[in-house]
Design a protein around this ligand. Structure first.
Ligand code: ARG
Length: 445
C-alpha cells in the first residue's frame, strides 16, 4: 500500500488510488523546486511565531536546500507509491530528520501548498516566455528595419490590394507581440500574489504571518481573502492561458503568412535549406514544416483557456479534486510554446526576402490608389479620379508609378518602429522579475 500524508490506517482500493493520482506524479515533478522553496518560506515563518524551534529551523532549511539542489540537478524523483510532490518532500525530510520533518506541515494544507507551487512555477515560466517573446520581437524589429525599403503586395480577401513592405510586415508582428506582452504582464500581476496561509481554503487558527511569507517569496502582495485565494486555483491558470493564447495567435498567423509567402506561387520569402524538410517521393521538395507545426501547436495552445474554463466553470467555491487535472493541460503548454518561439526566432533570423517581387506586372494594380491620390492632390475630385483610373485598369491602359510616398505614422515610409519598441520596453519594465530573483537568492543562500 502506498504511503499517504492522510493515511489513518485504512487501505484505499488500488484502482481508486491509481485513478485519483492519475498523471499527478508526473506533473508534480515540475513543481519540486517550487514546493521546496515554499516550504522554506513557510517554516521560516513558523519559527518566527514559535511553532518551530530556533535550533530546528536551520536543520530543516539545510535539508530542504539539499532537496532543492537535487531537483535542480534533475535527480528528484517521486517514488513508487508516493502520491505527490508534497508527500515526497515530507517523506525525504522525515527520513533524514525523523519527527522534525513532520513539523513543516503545521498551518498548511496541500490545497494552499499546490496553489503556491503553481504560482511559483508559473512565475518562472512567465519570465521565460517573456524573454523568448522579447527575443523574437527584437529579431522582427531588426528585419523590419533591414528590409524597410523592400516592397511587397498587400492583400485584402487574398486579392492584391495596395503596396506593403517587409518593413511593415515584420514590424506588424513585432507590434502584435508588444500587445501580447501587456496581457502577459496582467497575467504576471495576478500570478504574483501569495496564496500561502489559506491552508485548506479557510485559513488557520495558528497566528500565521502571511506578510512575512509574501515578502520572503518576493510576491507583490498576498491573495488576502483565504476563500478567494483558493478560488484562484484555475483562475490564475486561465488568465495566464489567455496570455499564452494571445502570443500563440500572433505566432500562428505569422506561421501561416510564412507558409504562404514561401510557396512558389508567392515566392516572397525563402527559408534557408537547413530550415526546410524534404519529401520521400518528390526529390525537389523543401517544405516549410517548421511553420506548419508552429501553426498547429499554436492553434492547440489557443484552446487552452477554453479547456481550463470547462474544468472550472461549474465549480462552487472551495477546493475540488477537479482542479488537479488543470496541471496536465496547463503545464506542458509552456514548453510547447517556448519551442515554437525558439523556432520562430531561428527561422525569422535566417529567412531571405525577395527584393524584386513588384517587378512582376501582375502586381501593377496595387499602385492604382497611388495614382488616384496623385490626381486628387492635383485637384481632381477623388470620385472622378477613382473612375478615371478604374477605367484605365479595365482597358488595360493603367501605367503604375512605383515611386510611392507614404509618410504618415505607421506607414511604409514612416514605420514608427521606435514607438513600437518604446511600448514593448515600457511593458517589460513593469514585470517585477528582479524582486523575485532577489527573494529567491536570499531564501536559498
Ligand atoms: N494533487 C492535488 C491537486 O493538484 C493536491 C491537493 C490535494 N488536496 C486534497 N484535498 N486532496 O489538487
Amino acid at each position: 500500500m502506498a504511503q499517504k500524508l492522510w493515511d489513518k490506517g485504512k487501505a484505499t482500493d488500488a484502482e481508486i488510488e491509481k485513478f485519483t493520482v492519475g498523471r499527478d506524479r508526473e506533473m508534480d515533478l515540475y513543481l519540486a523546486k517550487s514546493d521546496v522553496m515554499g516550504s522554506m518560506a513557510h517554516i521560516t515563518m513558523l519559527e518566527s511565531i514559535g511553532l518551530i524551534g530556533k535550533d530546528e529551523l536551520p536543520v530543516l532549511l539545510a535539508e530542504l536546500k539539499k532537496i532543492y539542489k537535487q531537483a535542480e540537478e534533475g535527480k528528484f524523483v517521486i517514488e513508487e507509491g508516493i502520491e505527490d510532490v508534497h508527500s515526497q518532500v515530507e517523506l525525504m525530510l522525515t527520513r533524514q530528520l525523523g519527527d522534525l520533518g513532520k513539523k513543516i506541515h503545521s498551518g498548511r494544507s496541500r490545497n494552499d501548498q499546490v496553489l503556491l507551487d503553481m504560482k511559483l512555477w508559473t512565475r518562472d515560466m512567465i519570465q521565460e516566455v517573456s524573454e523568448s517573446v522579447k527575443e523574437l520581437f527584437d529579431t522582427l524589429i531588426e528585419q523590419s528595419e533591414k528590409y524597410k525599403n523592400v516592397l511587397l503586395p498587400g492583400y485584402t480577401h487574398l486579392q492584391i490590394a495596395m503596396p506593403s513592405s517587409f518593413g511593415l510586415w515584420f514590424g506588424a508582428y513585432a507590434e502584435s507581440f508588444a500587445d501580447d506582452m501587456e496581457l502577459l504582464l496582467s497575467a504576471w500581476k495576478i500570478t504574483n500574489r501569495n496564496p500561502l496561509g489559506s491552508a485548506a481554503g479557510y485559513g488557520s487558527s495558528f497566528p500565521l504571518n502571511r506578510q512575512m511569507t509574501t515578502d520572503l517569496l518576493g510576491f507583490d502582495s498576498m491573495d488576502y481573502n483565504v476563500v478567494y485565494a483558493q478560488m484562484g486555483r484555475g483562475k490564475m491558470e486561465k488568465i495566464v492561458a489567455f496570455a499564452l493564447s494571445s502570443i500563440a495567435a500572433t505566432l500562428s498567423k505569422l506561421a501561416f503568412d510564412a507558409c504562404m509567402f514561401t510557396s512558389q506561387n508567392f515566392g516572397f520569402l525563402k527559408l534557408p535549406d537547413e530550415c526546410t524538410t524534404g519529401s520521400s517521393i518528390m526529390p525537389h521538395k523543401k517544405n516549410p514544416d517548421v511553420f506548419e507545426l508552429t501553426r498547429a501547436k499554436c492553434n492547440k495552445i489557443q484552446s487552452l483557456p477554453s479547456q481550463i474554463m470547462m474544468i472550472v466553470n461549474n465549480l462552487p467555491s472551495g477546493y475540488f479534486r477537479d482542479l488537479q487535472i488543470i496541471k496536465e493541460i496547463f503545464m506542458p503548454s509552456f514548453a510547447e510554446l517556448l519551442d515554437c518561439l525558439k523556432m520562430a526566432i531561428h527561422t525569422i533570423k535566417g529567412v531571405k526576402v525577395n527584393e524584386h517581387i513588384l517587378d512582376d506586372p501582375k502586381y501593377d494594380f496595387i499602385f492604382s490608389v497611388e495614382e488616384v491620390n496623385r490626381l486628387a492632390l492635383e485637384g481632381m475630385p477623388f470620385r472622378d479620379a477613382y473612375k478615371k483610373v478604374g477605367l484605365e485598369c479595365e482597358a488595360g491602359e493603367f501605367k503604375p508609378n512605383k515611386n510611392i510616398h507614404h509618410t504618415h505614422e505607421g506607414s511604409i515610409g514612416n514605420l514608427r518602429n521606435d514607438g513600437i519598441v518604446a511600448l514593448m520596453n515600457k511593458t517589460i519594465s513593469e514585470f517585477s522579475f528582479d524582486k523575485v530573483a532577489a527573494a529567491k537568492t536570499s531564501l536559498l543562500k
